[in-house]
Design a protein around this ligand. Sequence first.
Ligand code: 0X9
Ligand code: ZN
Length: 335
Amino acid sequence: DFTFSEYHGTKVIYRQLDDWADRYKDLVSISSIGKSSHDQQDIRLLTISDPSIGSAQKPAIFIDGGIHAREWISPATVMYIARQLLSAKDNPDTRFLLEYFDWHIVPVLNPDGYDFSHAGRLNRLWRKNRSNAPSTTGIFGRRITLLTDQLSRHICPGVDLNRNFEYFWKSGGSSDWACSEVYAGPAAGSESETKALSSYLLLNKDKFKSYLTFHSYGRAILLPWGHTTDLPATYNELLRMGMQKFSPLCWRANQLLRQSIVQICYIIHANLFYIASGGSDDFAHGTAGIPYAYTIELPDQGTHGFLLPPSEIPNVGKETFAGIVAYAAELAKTL
Ligand code: 0X9
Ligand code: ZN
């Protein structure tokens, strides 16, 4: 059965979504926002919406995980958040989460890459999707084009989905070279995962008040932009929300949970790490116009890095959910 004591592959995560859909019929619906590029897996969406409280048409918060394959704590934490939301009504402190908002959640945006990173130790640090990887039918049936970039795409499969989004695509911090870990892809929005998310965000742009994308690692809350050192027009507001209310992810969660874990956290604009264009956060804010867009780099800060032990899932989950509660409370005031 599904637990938060180990990391699960896409199949097991999807089975859990089905179970929730069975158990919480009035609250949950499952759909697919598109297919993955290599294995044509569904990119599943979990919608949590309680029609029995609040208004009929609620604003929504969009959450995704697993854009980068190796960042296993991301899908795990997103699933943890989803599970907490399912029982949010039972607790007077969290009831408002369903009273004021709908929640649209994609736990694994890059299922091919994620599953590949589970397939043997050698693949554990895979980051990109699996686009152009040789399939079971083999590459030999295809016409050989001796263009170097075509060739290198076969030798080096995968596109960094977080460099492939259409907003200021390839304007810094990404690569043309297919073998690079930050390969931007052959064209803006070329990947079917990117297309699926982009169209879903555009379709619902008026409904979505916030876009939250979970990555690891670093314990940081990043705000737009990633593609430039210019500040977004609403920088102060983004910072205020992130600083005072999202930083629960950094410190208020500690108080709420009375835990003694030493937490250091940064809230900065994404480009202070490094300029990186084509990110989903920039697309959500810049193209889709979603007001509050953040990339959250979950723990840790490098001790284990991407290889965070699964025993940390509940801690990270609790801490992050406490942050979500405080953040959503602040967001509700802006409605
Ligand atoms: O570089 C990234 O894609 C993200 N960091 S990670 O270590 N998880 O790969 C940060 C993305 C921040 N947002 C933008 N640069 N737009
Ligand atoms: Zn990442």
